[in-house]
Design a protein around this ligand. Structure first.
Ligand SMILES: O=C[C@H](O)COP(=O)(O)O
Length: 247
């Protein structure tokens, strides 16, 4: 099964208008690697300006609300994000699960809302270090994926990102064997829910301290279909080798 590689930068709470030059440069880089689908999930304040720049990278959001509109102070609906220029959205990032109390049900509902509005979704899952050390990572992450998988999940509009929480921003990554093993486990879990054909078509990204030094060997693993990249996506210079590694 050949799956087009997907490499997405998540800028988290980083980026001012002064950094739009980097967005533009990354868009140009993406154009040099047409075999790879490249995107940047920007802070909401930069989505409109970022999406108006020429370039081949899609612009995405980092979160959306599960409702279309209403009395939800400070929130943005998928429809609003689309109007601003976002075509993808991240749901279930551990930084929101942990600090905003988002549940699996919330994550599923957000993904359904985003899809209904016309967006594509990157659904994040991952374990804590305590869970990994206890030997429970497969069980916990599989349960998290199945509980946050949206109704009607399909490879046409959904990708999964496996992000071990202890690897995010730490410079530590699991062994290559552990990454491949978890991705294969997650693909099997997907097959049990949405069928083998859809599971084989769905992209499963790795995230957590991916950078120009380690991306090639991680993305070469058979069940790894790209990356969700934080720190190493903040400049074109750092992101370039990650994108190239997926080509
Ligand atoms: O969404 C991206 C991930 O949380 C990875 O972040 P990082 O590459 O800075 O470790």
């Amino acid at each position: 099964m050949s799956r087009r590689k997907l490499v997405v930068g998540n800028w988290k709470m980083n980026g001012m208008r002064a950094h739009l030059d980097e967005v533009e440069a990354i868009g140009k880089l993406a154009a040099q690697h047409p075999a790879v689908e490249v995107g940047l999930c920007l802070p909401a304040t930069l989505i409109m300006a970022g999406s108006q720049l020429k370039g081949a990278a899609f612009i995405g959001a980092q979160n959306c609300h599960m409702e279309l509109s209403g009395a939800y102070t400070g929130s943005l609906s998928a429809e609003m994000l689309i109007e601003a220029g976002a075509t993808w959205v991240i749901t279930g990032h551990s930084e929101r699960r942990e600090t905003r109390g988002e549940t699996n049900a919330d994550v599923a509902a957000k993904s359904v809302a985003a899809h209904a509005a016309g967006m594509k979704v990157i659904l994040c899952v991952g374990e804590t270090l305590a869970v990994r050390d206890a030997g429970d990572a497969d069980e916990v992450v599989t349960a998290q994926l199945l509980a946050s998988l949206p109704e009607g999940a399909s490879a046409d509009w959904l990708a999964v990102a496996y992000e071990p929480i202890w690897a995010i921003g730490t410079g530590r990554i699991p062994t290559l064997e552990a990454i491949q093993s978890m991705h294969a486990t997650l693909r099997a879990a997907l097959a049990s829910r949405i069928g083998q054909e859809q599971a084989d078509a769905m992209r499963i990204l790795y995230g957590g301290s991916m950078n120009g030094d380690n991306a090639a060997e991680i993305i070469a693993l058979p069940d790894v279909d790209g990356g969700l990249v934080g720190g190493a996506s903040l400049s074109a210079a750092k992101f370039e080798p990650v994108i190239a590694a997926a080509d």
